[in-house]
Design a protein around this ligand. Structure first.
Ligand SMILES: Cc1cc2nc3c(=O)[nH]c(=O)nc-3n(C[C@H](O)[C@H](O)[C@H](O)COP(=O)(O)OP(=O)(O)OC[C@H]3O[C@@H](n4cnc5c(N)ncnc54)[C@H](O)[C@@H]3O)c2cc1C
Length: 286
């Protein structure tokens, strides 16, 4: 299938890119989701603004107490970065389980976040990690909390004149750990999540002092499972406490039936994967 005709622009700087963006344009990073959607004619932008050649956007940086991931960092880099593996296992794992090797070598972490697919892996991870997203335009930069960034199916809080130039999340402190796990559409952990869960916990003096858990694949957007975190905080993190907290996996989430399962099945999976991800995060927290 062929896309409709469009203009292709490859700016050499962010300023040039902002100049090329308009109401009928699309940013392209790795093109792994944009191009198939254009070929299916679900998106037909007048202009594609390919940011892939803009220098300075492809770094994973240690900024003291935070880690920054630039717009052009590819899934494969996120998955294999020692810095991310040590401080944000949920994101490294989610990136390692995104698509196949070709997709991971071309697609970008920020592209996946901006795309905001209901069943994508990395959105859940950045929500659980408490990440901040940087939405830059000609008029400045907005900081958006990851938990506010995913608005609806394939809809993020980005405006059409903005580029997601990077994200930032805190480094893991003492007693903190995170994890991601999913059931993929092709069974096992491959392909988009039928249900996927990212968990971040902070342990202190034998109990859970803080927690964030996010669920993807089951509703209209990757979402914080606030009830799970509430139930975990103050608990001893025992298997019984985790199982009981996991019962709240879908509180406040409208679970949708789709080709991959009924509401009942996906609700059950969300609980199973909340328990798995929280246990793995607790183990990673040491
Ligand atoms: C075969 C296949 C299997 C896949 N499997 C999975 C999977 O298992 N799990 C999963 O989560 N995903 C999966 N995906 C989706 C894919 O990994 C990501 O959606 C994709 O890599 C997005 O990154 P990109 O850089 O390619 O973005 P692009 O395709 O370039 O862009 C995607 C969308 O985001 C916008 N965009 C991109 N970058 C920016 C930016 N910096 N600022 C503003 N807007 C931006 C674009 O305008 C477009 O709307 C799969 C894709 C394919 C083709």
């Amino acid at each position: 299938m062929y896309p409709r005709e469009f203009d292709y622009v490859a700016p050499a700087s962010l300023d040039e890119a902002f100049g090329a963006l308009g109401d009928d344009s699309k940013v392209m990073s790795g093109g792994m989701s944009l191009l198939p959607l254009m070929k299916m004619r679900l998106f037909s932008p007048a202009t594609v603004v390919d940011i892939g050649r803009i220098p300075g956007l492809d770094a994973i940086e240690d900024s003291g107490d935070h880690i920054s991931v630039g717009a052009l960092v590819r899934h494969a880099d996120t998955a294999t970065s020692d810095l991310i593996k040590a401080n944000a296992a949920a994101l490294a794992t989610a990136a390692s389980l995104t698509g196949d090797v070709q997709v991971r070598n071309r697609g970008t972490t920020c592209g996946s976040l901006a795309h905001a697919d209901v069943a994508a892996d990395q959105p859940a991870a950045v929500i659980a990690l408490g990440a901040t997203m940087f939405a830059q335009s000609a008029s400045g930069t907005r900081e958006i909390a990851a938990s506010d960034f995913f608005v609806d199916a394939m809809t993020s809080a980005l405006r059409s004149d903005e580029i997601l130039t990077g994200i930032r999340f805190p480094k893991a402190g003492p007693g903190e750990g995170s994890a991601y796990d999913k059931l993929g559409r092709r069974g096992g952990r491959s392909d988009y999540a039928v249900a996927g869960v990212a968990a971040w916990v902070k342990k202190s003096n034998g109990s859970i002092e803080d927690a964030r858990v996010a669920v993807t694949g089951v509703g209209t957007k990757p979402t914080l499972a606030a009830g799970v975190a509430e139930a975990l905080i103050g608990s001893d993190g025992s298997d019984a406490a985790v199982k009981s907290a996991a019962e709240k996996a879908i509180d406040g989430i409208t679970v949708l039936e789709d080709l991959y399962g009924s509401v009942e099945y996906k609700s059950h999976l969300a609980k199973v994967y909340v328990a798995r991800a929280v246990k793995a995060a607790l183990a990673n927290a040491g």
